[in-house]
Ligand binder design. Structure first.
Ligand code: MG
Length: 346
């Protein structure tokens, strides 16, 4: 007997959760885009509802980056997946010496996800983009079946105009450069951990997720000769320093005593046997500058609200290796993170 298709061609009225029909390209998808995305993202280029955003030409060199976000939980103290995506993408542009200008956002939503939560995430992205003057100009929505996603994944790509007069790149790192850290480490990782494990602290433990462009703009304004910048994300400070050591071919020596770690972050790490030097941050950077530019670098980072510290220096040997002078005065190799300390941190 021929199989009869009983599926109803008329879409269900919108409820409180995302349905597969919201990703179908039909009426419900247009309602979703109108009600949630276009009310949060107000850029004229997006409202043109074209296949792509048409952008003005820019006289500067451009930086272009992309990043996907799978953080769990989606909402955490100090942010959510939406603000995190915007901060993360804009920070990668800032690390190239570029002012964030344009962003795209791709939403991969699991069937059954709350429409209200989706609206909160979209509003949060819009707010974070506005903070740094970046425009969300294009986007995409896909819905996957229940059980085939984990609530919500985001992808954001960004374009920025490079305002740094010289290349900001690991290849410019030289022996004698000084390593400056913009603030305390590990708060993002510890905040995520605290929600997952239900930890309570005397003081509110918040993610450090924030824009780094204001700090970079202040550095450029100070005329500091910034050889290289790197934001500390997955793998934390230790991984970032190792990446620069490997790419530059130089040795880097770091003094553990100089690295600020908040007591509640240190406490959470101790409880779970984690090392704060590998804990993720989402609003901290390291800068590599010549010794005679240290003072102006520190001053610029302070003016942008940071609490910077000189934490080490670059040397010729051992090549591509990071050495840590530990709190007890012993020197050891500080390796890149192997395996995963905390999965789904960003
Ligand atoms: Mg980065």
């Amino acid at each position: 007997m021929k199989e009869i298709n009983l599926s109803c061609p008329v879409p269900h009225a919108p409820g409180t959760t995302v349905t597969l029909a919201h990703g179908s390209g039909g009426r419900l998808m247009h309602q979703l885009i109108g009600k949630i995305f276009l009310s949060a993202f107000t850029d004229p280029a997006l409202h043109e509802a074209h296949d792509g955003a048409r952008l003005e030409p820019c006289p500067d060199k451009l930086a272009f980056t992309t990043d996907s976000f799978v953080v769990r939980p989606l909402f955490f103290p100090g942010g959510d997946i939406g603000s995190l995506a915007v901060h993360g993408t804009c920070n990668d542009l800032a690390m190239c010496g570029a002012q964030p200008m344009y962003l795209s956002c791709g939403f991969i939503i699991e069937e059954g996800f709350s429409l209200e939560a989706l609206a909160v995430v979209a509003q949060s992205m819009a707010r974070a983009a506005a903070q740094v003057g970046a425009r969300i100009v294009t986007g995409d929505t896909k819905v996957v079946e229940r059980g085939k996603g984990d609530g919500l994944y985001l992808n954001t790509a960004g374009i920025g105009r490079i305002l740094a007069p010289n290349p900001v790149s690991p290849e410019r790192v030289r022996s004698g450069h000084v390593v400056i850290l913009s603030g305390d480490v590990g708060a993002h990782g510890a905040a995520i951990l605290s929600v997952r494990e239900g930890l309570k602290f005397d003081t509110a433990l918040q993610s450090d997720a924030a824009h780094l462009w204001p700090a970079v703009a202040a550095l450029l304004e100070s005329n500091a000769d910034i050889a290289c910048l790197r934001d500390l994300t997955r793998g934390g400070l230790a991984t970032a320093v190792n990446e620069i050591a490997q790419k530059s071919g130089c040795g880097i020596s770091i003094d553990e005593e100089k690295i600020p770690v908040r007591p509640e972050v240190a406490g959470a790490c101790e409880m779970f046997g984690l090392d704060p030097l590998y804990m993720a941050c989402e609003g901290r950077l390291i800068a590599f500058v010549p010794p005679d530019h240290v003072e102006r670098t520190l001053k610029a980072l302070r003016s942008a609200g940071g609490e910077p510290a000189v934490i080490g220096s670059v040397c010729e040997s051992p090549a591509s290796e990071v050495r840590l002078k530990t709190l007890i005065g012993v020197e050891r190799v500080l390796d890149m993170l192997s395996g995963e300390q905390l999965p789904r941190i960003c």
